[in-house]
Each structure stands twice: as structure tokens, then as C-alpha cells.
Ligand binder design. Structure first.
Ligand SMILES: [Zn+2]
Length: 383
């Protein structure tokens, strides 16, 4: 049975979520703690770090900003420019870049920055998507590896030590850049924050015909290279109060394009716009843990006082966990084609990763679906 936080609408099945004795989750508690944070002091710390890493003679970039083209990365670039930084923006191209995602990348360049895009071999990427989906139930596994490895590789290659990431959704950690010593982003750091789900890149050499050279963009630089450049990083969300909606408004004012409608399985129109496969990634989260993107957003808005818990629950019931038959105008069959996977085979993989204890089943124990293919969560009195 799913147990939900009493303040937001997150179920306790979310990995690393803990409910305290009052039934309140650690994410709600840490949001409460934000009120105690001295944001002026944090901003001063940020400016000190920027001063430490800014190129003294202007012969190199001041920092690397990993950008997807999303609202947060647009916001990050706007922030860096306002702080007088000269960033090198680095995109690790998403698995299946959308048209709106491409336009938002072009928009970031027009903010006035140097920019490089690393687009890994699409044939290998599709193979990795398939492996991620089949092995760990995450089609986006290679993308989540790549958004950590490719900007770090770019930092080493361009001799730019500071990497400025956006939010660290896992915890309140600000990143190693604030430490005066031992602040290198080493491999251990990647393994802690990279979302690798127990599947390591090195494990894939020799797997399904993959060779070491196929996987170059997904390998983290060697420790001695990281030390030579002094590669370090920070999460901007530690230094300025992070709010996705506020970031979206800023990004929008700077040319970021939103979707005309909220996206499938979500309650907002300003994120997850850059990859057609995102709906599959989010759907598997719903199958494994019983919550999807609508739940994530309802929680963020409830904590900020923009939604009541009651209306949040209704929105979640209405929108969360929809079968990804189509996303941003691309059909599931088309999205699965590069993976050599049919929709029928996809549904079988879905079943394999579905937590059967949290969804309605028929008398034979088979998962019950409506005509759109959607599952229904078991009624839960804890709501
Ligand atoms: Zn909560």
C-alpha cells in the first residue's frame, strides 16, 4: 500500500524519501528549512567562487554551463551573464531532440554565449536506450550519464575548471567548488550524483557488441586529467532560491518557448520539452514507484503555497502516469523505432517493471488497463 506524505502528495515509494514520525517527507522538511537559509550570505559565497574562477586575463572561459535548452538552463545562462561571467555552454544532445527543444537551444545561443554541442553517435545512443530500458527500466539512462560526463569532458578539454550546474534535486549539497581544498569532481562524485541505477558504463564494454570506442562520450575523464585542470563544480540551486516556475518565467522573458498545452503526464507546459522519449522515462517512474511528473510538480507547488493538498491530489489523479501513446506530436511507435522495439514489446517491458502491488489487477492477477492503456492505482485510504 502506498503511504503519502501528509503535507505534499509524494508516496513513500520514491527512492530516498523518508516520512518522519509526523508523516511528513524529508523534501517538505528541507523546504521548510529553506526559510532559515541566509540567501544574502549564499549569494556572497557564490560571488566569491565566481571571482576565484573567473579568467584573470580573458584568455579562457570563466566557467562551463551544461545546458539542455530547458527553462532551468536558460535561467542559468541568464544568471551567469548577469554575474558578469563569460560561460562556455555545453549541450549533451538529448536522446531524441524535439523541434521545440532545438528552438530553445538556438535561443540560448542568442543570449550571447559561446556554445558547443556534443551529439553522440545516434546508432549507439539508440542501442543504449534499449539496454537502459530493458536492463534497468530507464530509457533515459544514457542521457543521464551523458549530461554528467560530457560537460566534464568539455571542462578537461578546454581547461575550464568550474562547472555550474542548476539544481541538485537529491539534497542540499552545494557542490565541491566552495571547498578550498580537495574539491575535484572525482569519479565517486559522478557515481553519487549521476543517477546510474547500478549500471556502470564500463560494464557495457563487450555487452551486445558494444566496444570501448563506441562509448567515448559516456566515459568520465580519468582522475589525473581532472586533477590537472582542477575540475570542480557547484549547484546554483544551493546559492539562489530555486523555483522551477520562477525560472520558467525568467526564461520565457528571455525567449524560451513553452508548449501550448501541459505535456502528457505533467501539469505544466514549461519543462521536459526537449526529448520525445521523456514521456517513457516518466511513465516508468510511475510504473515502478506509483508517481509521475504531475506528482513532482504538485508537490513543488504545494510546498510553495500555490496549491492546496486537496486540489493537488485531484490534479495528480487526473494527469499523472498516462500511457505515453504520443508525446509532443510524436507517436510511441515512431519513438520506439530506432530501438527496434514494437509497441507490443514495449508493453511487455512495462509489465516487467510495474510494481504489481500498487495497481489494480483482475481476478487472474493481470494488470487492468483502460482503453487508452492507462493503469489505475489501488484506492488508498492514506490520502
Ligand atoms: Zn512532503
Amino acid at each position: 500500500m502506498l503511504v503519502y506524505c501528509r503535507k505534499c502528495v509524494m508516496p513513500s515509494t520514491k527512492p530516498d524519501l523518508h516520512l518522519d514520525e509526523e508523516g511528513v517527507c524529508n523534501a517538505c522538511r528541507s523546504y521548510e528549512n529553506r526559510k532559515e537559509v541566509d540567501w544574502d550570505l549564499r549569494k556572497k559565497e557564490l560571488l566569491q567562487i565566481m571571482d576565484r574562477y573567473r579568467s584573470k586575463d580573458g584568455t579562457n572561459w570563466d566557467c562551463i554551463v551544461p545546458v539542455s535548452g530547458g527553462k532551468d538552463s536558460t535561467f542559468q545562462v541568464v544568471q551567469m551573464l548577469q554575474l558578469g561571467m563569460n560561460p562556455l555552454c555545453v549541450t549533451a544532445t538529448t536522446c531524441d531532440l524535439t523541434e521545440i527543444g532545438r528552438r530553445n537551444i538556438e535561443n540560448i545561443k542568442k543570449l550571447g554565449v559561446d556554445y558547443i554541442e556534443m551529439s553522440p553517435n545516434p546508432i549507439i545512443r539508440a542501442k543504449l536506450n534499449r539496454i537502459g530500458l530493458m536492463q534497468v527500466g530507464d530509457i533515459s539512462w544514457p542521457e543521464h550519464v551523458g549530461i554528467f560526463t560530457m560537460p566534464v569532458r568539455a571542462a578537461v578539454q578546454s581547461n575550464v575548471p568550474l562547472i555550474v550546474w542548476g539544481e541538485n534535486s537529491q539534497n542540499e549539497y552545494g557542490g565541491p567548488a566552495a571547498a578550498a581544498e580537495n574539491n575535484t569532481l572525482d569519479r565517486r562524485w559522478l557515481e553519487e550524483f549521476g543517477g546510474l541505477l547500478g549500471l556502470r558504463v564500463s560494464d557495457l564494454v563487450g555487452f551486445e557488441g558494444l566496444t570501448r570506442k563506441d562509448l567515448i562520450p559516456y566515459f568520465y575523464p580519468e582522475d589525473n586529467e581532472l586533477q590537472r585542470v582542477g575540475v570542480t563544480g557547484l549547484f546554483l540551486g544551493h546559492y539562489i532560491p530555486w523555483d522551477g516556475l520562477a525560472n520558467a518565467l525568467v526564461a520565457h522573458a528571455y525567449g524560451f518557448e513553452m508548449s501550448p498545452h501541459h505535456t502528457l503526464g505533467s501539469m505544466v507546459n514549461y519543462e521536459n520539452l526537449d526529448n520525445y522519449q521523456t514521456a517513457i522515462h516518466e511513465y516508468f517512474k510511475f510504473l515502478k514507484f506509483g508517481f509521475g511528473r504531475a506528482t513532482d510538480h504538485a508537490c513543488l507547488h504545494i510546498r510553495r503555497g500555490r496549491l492546496t493538498r486537496d486540489i493537488g491530489l485531484e490534479i495528480v489523479k487526473r494527469l499523472d502516469g498516462k500511457f505515453p501513446a504520443e508525446y509532443l506530436g510524436k507517436s510511441l511507435a515512431d519513438t520506439l523505432r530506432p530501438l527496434n522495439m514494437s509497441v507490443d514489446d514495449f508493453v511487455k517491458v512495462c509489465d516487467r517493471f510495474t510494481n504489481k502491488k500498487i495497481f489494480k489487477r483482475d481476478v487472474n492477477g493481470a494488470l487492468m488497463r483502460d482503453k487508452e492503456g492507462n493503469l489505475t492505482k489501488l484506492n488508498d485510504d492514506n490520502l
